[in-house]
Ligand binder design. Structure first.
Ligand SMILES: Cc1cc2nc3c(=O)[nH]c(=O)nc-3n(C[C@H](O)[C@H](O)[C@H](O)COP(=O)(O)OP(=O)(O)OC[C@H]3O[C@@H](n4cnc5c(N)ncnc54)[C@H](O)[C@@H]3O)c2cc1C
Length: 585
């Protein structure tokens, strides 16, 4: 084995968890290799909203809001009732704010508070209306130089003009284009900036949301000359004397060992796309649809289990859920649109099951929405669910990937993604539901919607639901009748945003065996680590908040157990620059 095959730390997977652990370990002076299976950094993180839920973070006060450790603990106690891994949630509360401060001081990560984004159960003790959630500050992708092409692009459905990202604050202005002078000016500035950027790059370089977070982490790795081997697959862990000493990667001649002197961090993003693990941990009603990046195939779990790791299965739910519609893109690829916040809670849409009945308050969180689908599906796969609305709703708010103010709907109708009918009875025929049932459901909803009420499910009764509604719609931002033909339906499926079942760890992010002892040299973070929320979804950013926190904890712990002389590392750092991105032979 050559000297170049040894590092202090080997990180597997370049998403939020892995890149955080790598950046921190390097900031602490360790030599780090990141192994990434695909040709891109970013994983699902780069497709995500980039929301990072960290209670009691230091920015809450700057935003003029309040939070306290005891409020946050009360809130978590009522929304994550399981006690099994309460120690991990305590660690998260205590060290999450520290992780943010350290990241901002030592890396390119910059976060800002989202002032108005309520916790998902605002009626529970200790809930806040905003500020617990942080978002990445926009990032100029041009700063990555030639490496910009290595950043996984956002989902095309979340960009405009084939590659322009917009943030939360831009959207209301774009909607008022042509109707407000200020908004028109701002929109034109955005578009002209984008046009200029496209002269130099294949997509817009002003990055927001999860793409900005992934870009900022990637920039942090580049700044410290951390080696990243793209297109490289780890086959197994090297185990000696009950401790993990490195990894074996697949090369043309077989397997090549890479030594990790201090430890290996598993951060391969969970198992959303592995049908075996899904079959083992998901209810059958969940089906096979996932909104997560296809590279999450459970590799981290598989190689850890082979080395004696245990998986935490005492969860309220095995995954974090989102209702999703499916479609085919113009290039023939299959698309999955996650209905997170854009349509379900807006006034004038309902969800129905195959009997034509409503089954949920559509304005609840995406996770609660799918839990209701799973309950309604009674654990039987393949049951159909539809969102139903009228032309006015579709025009004003859009549906799925169909944007507001879309004039030409024919291509969506032709492909079957959007179902259109002149009346509710005809719509019922097209979606295979009893006519009388669907019209009774719509009539019942409309009768109260005229006055902004939803006695059946209580749409718009909490600050969270109203936040996702249309603030300009009175009296209830989440309720309006469905009455202007033509009428539309779109099929939705239960899908996951990421897995909650994962490797058991201790408070240092070290992977545990079944007997709860730590495997020396093996760490997990991101979705490879069993979620500290146990499949409950208390607020926006509850996977990325823990991913950054435990990535940070892993990086710091690896450094604290470091014992090699520094002199040896400096020589290594010199070699790193020339090997940057060279990859394995
Ligand atoms: C549309 C959408 C919006 C979301 N919004 C939010 C949000 O706002 N806030 C939030 O908290 N969560 C959000 N989520 C969930 C969140 O994005 C994920 O839970 C999170 O990104 C997972 O981070 P990770 O680091 O574990 O994995 P990833 O970001 O997926 O990174 C894993 C990396 O590991 C690589 N990899 C896989 N296998 C191997 C292997 N064998 N060897 C080497 N590399 C490997 C992958 O290619 C990938 O690059 C959202 C999810 C979706 C789909």
């Amino acid at each position: 084995m050559s000297a170049s095959d040894a590092y202090d730390v080997v990180v597997i997977g370049a998403g939020a968890g892995g890149m955080t652990a790598a950046a921190i370990a390097a900031a602490e002076g360790l030599s780090v290799l990141v192994i990434e299976k695909t040709e891109f950094v970013g994983g699902t993180t780069s497709w995500s909203g980039g929301m990072v839920w960290i209670p009691v973070n230091s920015k809450i006060k700057q935003a003029g809001l309040d939070d306290s450790l005891s409020d946050a603990a009360d809130y978590l106690a009522s929304t994550v009732p399981e006690i099994e891994n309460a120690d991990l949630r305590d660690t998260f509360l205590k060290r999450g704010p520290e992780a943010v401060e350290y990241l901002e001081a030592n890396t390119e990560v910059r976060l800002q508070p989202v002032k108005t984004y309520p916790d998902y159960y605002p009626e529970k003790p200790g809930a806040t209306v905003g500020g617990r959630v942080l978002e990445p500050v926009s990032f100029d992708g041009a700063r990555l130089g030639a490496n910009f092409g290595r950043l996984r692009p956002p989902l095309p459905e979340f960009t405009l003009f084939g590659g322009m990202m917009v943030n939360r604050l831009d959207i209301p202005h774009l909607r008022k284009f042509g109707r407000s002078f200020r908004s028109t000016l701002r929109s034109m500035r955005l578009v002209s900036q984008y046009a200029l950027q496209r002269l130099r790059a294949p997509r817009g370089t002003t990055l927001h949301l999860g793409n900005a977070l992934a870009a900022r982490l990637y920039a942090s790795l580049l700044a410290r000359n951390i080696e990243i081997w793209f297109g490289t697959s780890v086959e197994h862990l090297l185990v000696e004397d009950d401790a993990v000493r490195g990894v074996g990667i697949a090369v043309s001649s077989g397997s090549r060992p890479i030594v990790a002197r201090k430890g290996v961090v598993l951060a391969t993003g969970g198992f959303s796309h592995d049908q075996n693990f899904r079959g083992r941990y998901f209810p059958s009603a969940a089906g096979a649809v996932s909104a997560a990046s296809p590279a999450g195939t459970g590799d981290g779990l598989r190689i850890a289990i082979a080395a004696g790791a245990s998986v935490g299965t005492h969860v309220a739910s095995p995954a974090y859920w989102v209702p999703a519609s499916r479609f085919q893109r113009a290039d023939g690829s299959a698309g999955v649109f996650p209905h997170t916040v854009t349509d379900r809670a807006k006034p004038g849409v309902i969800a129905v099951n195959r009997y034509g009945n409503r089954f949920v308050n559509e304005a609840l969180s995406y996770h609660e929405f799918v839990l209701a689908m799973l309950r309604d599906g009674n654990d039987a796969a393949g049951r159909s669910f539809y969102l139903v609305c009228d032309r006015h709703f579709l025009w004003a708010y859009g549906l799925g990937r169909i944007r507001p103010f879309t004039l030409r709907l024919k291509r969506y109708v032709r492909s079957g993604e959007l179902i259109e009918a002149p009346g509710i009875d005809a719509l019922a025929d097209l979606i295979g539901v009893e006519r009388s049932a669907l019209s009774a459901t719509v009539d019942k909803y409309n009768a109260h919607a005229q006055v902004g009420l939803d006695p059946e499910f209580g749409r718009g009764t909490t600050i969270y639901q109203r936040h996702l509604g249309d603030a300009g719609h009175r009296p209830n931002p989440c309720v309006a009748p469905i009455e202007q033909p033509p009428f539309y339906a779109m099929r939705i499926y239960p899908a996951d945003l990421g897995t909650a079942v994962g490797l058991r760890t201790d408070c240092h992010a070290r992977v545990l065996r079944n007997n709860r002892t730590a495997i020396t040299g093996l760490y997990a973070c991101g979705n490879d680590m069993g979620s500290i929320m146990n499949g409950n979804y208390p607020g926006p950013g509850i996977t990325l908040g823990p991913a950054l926190t435990f990535g940070y904890i892993a990086g710091r712990h690896l450094a604290q157990t470091y014992s090699e002389p520094r002199a040896q590392k400096n020589g290594h750092e010199e070699r790193q620059e020339e090997r940057q991105e060279r990859g394995p032979a």
